[in-house]
Design a protein around this ligand. Structure first.
Ligand SMILES: NC(=O)c1ccc[n+]([C@@H]2O[C@H](COP(=O)([O-])OP(=O)(O)OC[C@H]3O[C@@H](n4cnc5c(N)ncnc54)[C@H](O)[C@@H]3O)[C@@H](O)[C@H]2O)c1
Length: 266
C-alpha cells in the first residue's frame, strides 16, 4: 500500500451512498480512519459493518450546524484529530427557473452550498487549531462550469461551492490547510439511477463525453484521495474535473427528456 494517507483522520459527509461511500471505502483501504456522516442511518450502519473499527458513523444533516460541528468533534474524540474533510453531501432537482418552486430551490441550495459551507467552516476551524494543517475537498459538479436547462438551483449552488472553495483556500492556506474542489460528470450512483431506468437516458451524456462513457464512484474517489494526500502538497484552490472531457461538449437536455416522459405518461 502506498503511504498516502496512512494514519490520517478524515470526515466524509454523505458517506452512506455513491461517491461519499466510495471515498470512505478508499480512505479506509489506504489506512486512514474515517468519520462518516449522513441522514441515511441504515446505509451508514451497513458501511460501518463493512469497514470495522476504522470507520465511525454518525447521523449528520449537513444543513444543521450543530450536526456538522458534532461530526467534526467526533473525529477528534474518537481518533485524536482531523486531517481531511470531504464535503460531499449534495443533490439536485429538475425545474426551469420561471416555474421553480422557491422552497425546492432553497432545499437544493441549502443542501449543496450551505452544507459545504458548514463542513468547510467546522473542519477548517479544527484544522487551524491543531496547527498541523490539513486538506479539505468539496464535491462540486460539472454543472458548476457547464449549465444545464432545468438545473438552475443545482448549477448555481455548485458554482457557489467552487467560489467558496477558493475563498477557503485563501483564508486557510496560511494555516497549512489546502482546499480543493472536484467536479464529476455523470457518475452511476443512487442520485442518477433514474437515468438508467429511462430508455436512452444515459445516451446523450455518453455522446457528449469524449471518453464515451460515464464514471463509477471509485473513479471520483481516486481523485479525492490524491487531493487529500501529501501527493497534492502544493495544490490548493483548484477545481479538478472528473468528467471524461465532457466539459468540452454540451450538457444533455435532461428537462426536455423528463417533459417528454411526463407527456407520455399522461
Ligand atoms: N452522481 C453524479 O453524477 C454526480 C455528478 C456530479 C456531482 N455529484 C455530487 O456528488 C455528491 C454525491 O452524490 P452521489 O451521486 O454520490 O449521490 P447519492 O445520492 O448516491 O449520495 C448522496 C448521499 O448524501 C446523503 N444526504 C442527502 N442529504 C443529506 C443531508 N442533508 N445531510 C447529510 N447527508 C445527506 C444521502 O443520504 C446519500 O447517502 C453530491 O454533492 C452530488 O451533487 C454527483
Amino acid at each position: 500500500m502506498a503511504d498516502r494517507i496512512v494514519g490520517k483522520v478524515a470526515v466524509v459527509t454523505g458517506a452512506a451512498s455513491g461517491i461519499g461511500r466510495a471515498v470512505a471505502r478508499r480512505f479506509v483501504a489506504e489506512g486512514a480512519r474515517v468519520v462518516g456522516g449522513d441522514i441515511d442511518e441504515v446505509g451508514l450502519a451497513a458501511l460501518a459493518a463493512e469497514l470495522g473499527d476504522a470507520f465511525v458513523a454518525a447521523r449528520c444533516d449537513v444543513t444543521v450546524e450543530a450536526d456538522v460541528a458534532s461530526l467534526v468533534e467526533l473525529a477528534t474524540s474518537r481518533f485524536g484529530g482531523l486531517d481531511i474533510a470531504v464535503a460531499n453531501a449534495g443533490g439536485g432537482t429538475a425545474a426551469e427557473l420561471a416555474d421553480h418552486d422557491f422552497a425546492e430551490w432553497r432545499r437544493v441550495v441549502d443542501l449543496c452550498l450551505h452544507g459545504a459551507f458548514l463542513t468547510v467552516k467546522h473542519a477548517g476551524a479544527a484544522m487551524r487549531t491543531t496547527g498541523l494543517g490539513g486538506s479539505i475537498v468539496t464535491i462540486a459538479s460539472l454543472n458548476a462550469v457547464q449549465p444545464g436547462r432545468g438545473m438552475g438551483a443545482y448549477c448555481a449552488a455548485k458554482a457557489a461551492v467552487v467560489a467558496l472553495t477558493e475563498v477557503a483556500a485563501m483564508e486557510l492556506g496560511p494555516a497549512g490547510v489546502r482546499v480543493n474542489s472536484v467536479a464529476p460528470g455523470l457518475v452511476r450512483t443512487s442520485a442518477t439511477s433514474r437515468l438508467w431506468n429511462r430508455p436512452g437516458g444515459v445516451d446523450e451524456f455518453v455522446e457528449n463525453t469524449p471518453l464515451g462513457r460515464f464514471a463509477e464512484p471509485e473513479e471520483v474517489a481516486s481523485v479525492v484521495l490524491f487531493l487529500a494526500s501529501d501527493e497534492a502538497s502544493f495544490v490548493s484552490a483548484s477545481l479538478y474535473g472528473v468528467d471524461g472531457g465532457a466539459r468540452t461538449k454540451r450538457y444533455p437536455d435532461t428537462i426536455s427528456a423528463i417533459q417528454r416522459l411526463r407527456g407520455a405518461a399522461t
